[in-house]
Design a protein around this ligand. Structure first.
Ligand code: GDP
Length: 439
């Protein structure tokens, strides 16, 4: 995604993770690299300077909250400020009325027709059955192109290559599909200028009275996209944007940031020529991916819940090195309580996702609670050295916890299995103190 921009940013983040100290010098170095990557991607210079100033200031001045290392905090700041550049939330479509009429606009070659096909597929997957009206009277091939696209998906299309009156086509199309929930209108993309595009929207607007007008913008034009988006969002308050051709585009970052700056919502992005190369635009996810990190946002939220990270790290290290005692297991259960199921926690560690023992992922909350009670009935000696727990001790622990002896045995079995499984991937190296590994 986003070719060189993604690559450069991912490398910068990797470097940040590998740095032995985080100080003024390293922060400045990282900020410089981010600047360079963004400027290369045609992001407006003023925007880049503003962003890097903010990152640098925050990274140097703010105290990391409890439970977060300085390195993690710098990563968080970079992530947050980059997300802010694109607007926070995913907007998507809210098809809340019938008919929901979507008017598609876009300069010729922007990818409008392809995107209509993608949108139809997207809507079909959501359980809608859209219809398409072709009002493009300028490009004879437009109708043919749409026909081919829609036929493959069995989507009804209205159009008439002989009819040269776009407004008449719009009226007839509306009538044809008056019982449909979602109707998509394709328009001519003959315009050279944004102003012509807007004029066409005005004319069609009167007849169609769209619920939503979508402007398709070619992402390869970089920050120029901002001008198109600005003219468009000034002319309509029902406007949203789709940016296409973000796959491998050297200027995609510029297009996205410039559009976001205008305040017009980017709802979807096009990431390839195929019908499924289309996705809902979610700034947080997008930036996580661009920075080459796992689901960093949720990780940060969890860390903010004040995990005692020394315990977490020690437990993890013991887990990985096979020195896993019942104390570590107890800590593990406490961590789960704060961070959610172990599977989820471990999935968030980049490079570790999926490699966790099955036993750990099957634990229910009730079971964990009952295990915790039993663990609290054990002596320190038993917790440190579980081997000494034989029949008479099992009896005592069961009595103390008010459970059956078989449940204490089940706990010990779980412990032994987990320990065995942990040894299995301990060989891949201990978790070092580095942020990324621990997260
Ligand atoms: P229109 O004139 O705006 O209707 O543009 P088209 O839909 O005909 O697309 C113009 C060209 O851009 C075609 O070759 C499409 O395959 C290509 N295209 C559209 N969207 C994308 C995209 O997201 N990525 C890439 N790589 N190509 C795209």
């Amino acid at each position: 995604m986003l070719g060189s921009l993604g690559e450069n940013l991912t490398n910068t983040m990797k470097k940040l993770v590998g740095m032995s100290v985080i100080d003024k010098k390293t922060i400045k170095e990282v900020v410089k690299e981010i600047q360079r990557a963004l400027i290369q991607s045609d992001v407006n210079i003023a925007l880049v300077l503003n962003l890097s100033k903010k990152i640098e200031k925050r990274a140097l001045e703010e105290e990391p909250p409890k439970g977060i290392t300085p390195r993690e905090y710098v990563i968080t700041i970079i992530y947050e400020e980059m997300v802010n550049l694109l607007g926070r939330e995913a907007v998507g479509l809210d098809i809340n009325q019938k008919p929901y009429k979507i008017l598609f606009l876009g300069l010729q070659g922007s990818g409008k027709t392809t995107t209509i096909g993608k949108m139809c597929r997207f809507l079909q997957k959501k359980g809608f059955n859209p219809a398409v009206v072709c009002t493009d009277t300028w490009r004879p091939a437009a109708y043919e192109q749409l026909k081919q696209l829609t036929e493959e998906m069995q989507i009804p299309l209205y159009g008439d290559p002989e009819n040269k009156d776009a407004l008449d086509l719009a009226k007839k199309g509306l009538n044809e599909f008056k019982n449909k929930k979602v109707i998509i209108f394709d328009t001519a993309g003959r315009h050279k200028e944004e102003s012509d595009l807007i004029a066409e929207m005005d004319q069609l607007d009167d007849i169609i009275q769209p619920t939503e007008a979508i402007l398709v913008i070619d992402g390869t034009i970089g920050q120029q996209a901002g001008e198109q988006a600005k003219a468009f969002s000034q002319a309509t308050d029902i406007g949203s944007i789709i940016i296409t051709k973000l796959d491998g585009s050297a200027k995609g970052g510029g297009a996205m940031s410039a559009v976001a700056e205008t305040g017009a919502p980017i709802k979807f992005i096009g990431t390839g020529e195929r019908i499924d190369d289309f996705e809902l635009f979610d700034p947080e996810r997008f930036i996580s991916r661009l920075l080459g990190m796992g689901d960093i946002r949720s990780l940060i939220e969890k860390a903010e819940e004040n995990i005692d990270e020394d315990i977490a790290e020690k437990t993890m290290n013991n887990m990985m090195s096979g020195k896993f005692s019942l104390i570590d297991m107890k800590n593990q259960f406490d961590m789960m309580g704060k961070m959610g199921p172990m599977q989820q926690v471990l999935n968030m560690i980049p490079g570790l996702g999926g490699k966790i023992p099955k036993e750990a992922s099957k634990m229910t909350e009730d079971k964990i609670d009952s295990f915790k009670v039993m663990l609290s009935s054990m002596t320190q000696e038993e917790l440190e050295n579980p081997k000494i727990i034989k029949q008479s001790r099992i009896q005592r622990i069961a009595r103390g916890a008010g459970v059956d002896e078989s449940e204490v045995r089940a706990l010990l079995k779980y412990y032994n299995n987990t320990k065995k499984a942990m040894k299995g991937f301990g060989g891949r190296g201990r978790l070092r103190g580095s942020t990324m590994n621990r997260m």
